[in-house]
Design a protein around this ligand. Structure first.
Ligand code: FE
Length: 202
């Protein structure tokens, strides 16, 4: 699987169908075009993985928050003000030195929008969706993530009712960093489970 977004025939069919559906809804007076535009603009510009990075940095800095986050992701994420569309039920999975969680939506592209924004192209690709469940280690290697056999890999299938987010392992050498200083270390791919977070000294 290539990391870059490849032209994907099913993808363009989906885009076409979406556009057709949109014009139909607008034509029938069920939806206003500016409503659609506002939603797209909001998730393209205002809501993105920085929200998730704040959640992760808080969990790394505050053990009580981390406990709440793993017990009830949606509620703990809402404590930081992140909630809404495509985020009714978010479950947070903790990555450790022995367990690596990685998220996919095998059916389409379900993704926790309030914390991660819109999904990247590769997350929606047929290759990722079909292969991750079958051969997660091989797919992760293509993301340049080489996990030793001793690490257990768990694949989680997001759906429209329940979406997963990964709490990456806090890298070594960050013990002295404040919560604010931890935020920029957290990457989108690590919160999907397609990457780990390197120690800043590496
Ligand atoms: Fe989906």
């Amino acid at each position: 699987m290539k990391r870059q977004d490849e032209p994907d025939r099913s993808e363009s069919d989906a885009a076409l169908r979406t556009r057709a559906l949109e014009s139909l809804l607008v034509e029938k007076g069920l939806l206003a075009t500016d409503t659609i535009n506002k939603v797209v603009e909001k998730y393209e510009k205002d809501v993105g993985p920085l929200n998730g990075a704040r959640v992760v940095a808080r969990a790394w800095s505050d053990p009580d928050y981390k406990r709440r986050l793993l017990a009830n992701g949606t509620a703990a994420i809402a404590e930081l003000g992140f909630a809404g569309r495509e985020g009714a039920e978010i479950v947070v999975l903790e990555n450790t030195s022995t367990v690596h969680n990685v998220v996919v939506c095998t059916l389409c592209s379900c993704y926790p929008w309030p914390v991660l924004g819109l999904p990247p192209g590769w997350y929606k690709s047929y290759a990722y969706r079909s292969r991750l469940v079958r051969e997660p280690r091989a797919v992760l290697r293509e993301f340049d993530l080489h996990l030793p056999d001793s690490v257990e890999v768990r694949v989680w299938d997001s759906n429209s009712d329940l979406r997963y987010m990964v709490l990456p392992e806090r890298p070594e050498g960050t013990e002295d960093l404040t919560e604010e200083a931890l935020v920029p270390l957290v990457t989108r791919d690590a919160m999907i489970g397609a990457a780990r977070i390197d120690s800043p000294s590496e």
